[in-house]
Design a protein around this ligand. Structure first.
Ligand code: DC
Length: 230
């Protein structure tokens, strides 16, 4: 059986940490779709594409071929054959990804890749539109969120751990701007799918969130297996 778990939510809600852990517990593959948008953003930044010019972004993105490989079960993102994974998690790339991911040409280029991965294997896929657009029939849909301040603090610690100096209030401002763009864009805006379970992780530990999702998945699978036996 192939199972798909979709985890959507705003920047810094802890999606990647949680999705990676859930995938490991279930021996599923973790698919980080944000990294694909970030690779596209890196391509556009390298080409010095004007982020205010949607036509230019739409044309420029045609030159980027994004693909995915797995090494020791970790996702590697290839941009025109180059492993760009180490360059993707900066604020500059994240902010550009938030802008360029609103472009229909950019989204069109990544949609098939994401759907194909989920059709071929059991995945935990995280992003913004997985439950609403990419995998509308996912077995489990989670909308993972947390307060803006909690998310800003988490991003701050993540960057500080990597030795990247940053300012908490600037990160909070970036997160608010990114939420605004991701939630109000015309195409595939971030929103909770009607059948997604809302999980607010502000006052939860990572283990609590992971266990909540595992329980939802197990209940769902047990119920559907019982139904198919009848
Ligand atoms: O999850 P992240 O911070 O790595 O995502 C970076 C940006 O990419 C985010 O601001 C919005 C965009 N994105 C998207 O539009 N759709 C997705 N499925 C995943 C990310």
């Amino acid at each position: 059986m192939i199972y798909n778990i979709a985890i959507d939510g705003p920047a810094g809600a802890g999606k990647s940490t949680i999705a990676r852990r859930v995938a490991r517990e279930l021996s599923f593959v973790y698919v980080d779709t944000g990294a694909m948008y970030r690779a596209m953003a890196l391509y556009l930044l390298r080409r010095k594409t004007d982020r205010e010019n949607p036509d230019e972004i739409g044309k420029a993105c045609q030159g980027a071929e994004i693909s995915i490989e797995y090494k020791n079960k970790e996702q590697i993102v290839l941009l025109n054959g180059e492993n760009v994974t180490p360059y993707l998690r900066t604020e500059e790339v994240g902010n550009m990804a938030s802008v360029s991911s609103a472009n229909p040409e950019v989204r069109k280029k990544l949609l098939d890749l994401q759907r194909k991965l989920a059709a071929d294997m059991s995945v935990v896929m995280d992003g913004r539109d997985i439950g609403t657009t990419i995998l509308p029939d996912a077995d489990v849909k989670i909308y993972l969120t947390a307060s803006t301040l909690t998310r800003a603090k988490r991003r701050y610690l993540e960057l500080a751990e990597k030795g990247i100096s940053c300012d908490l209030s600037q990160i909070q401002k970036d997160i608010e701007e990114r939420d605004e763009r991701d939630m109000h864009r015309e195409i595939s805006p971030l929103k909770k799918a009607d059948d997604a379970v809302l999980v607010d992780s502000s006052d939860m530990t990572i283990d609590e969130v992971v266990n909540t999702i595992l329980q939802i998945f197990r209940e769902k699978v047990i119920t559907s297996e019982k139904e198919s036996e009848q």
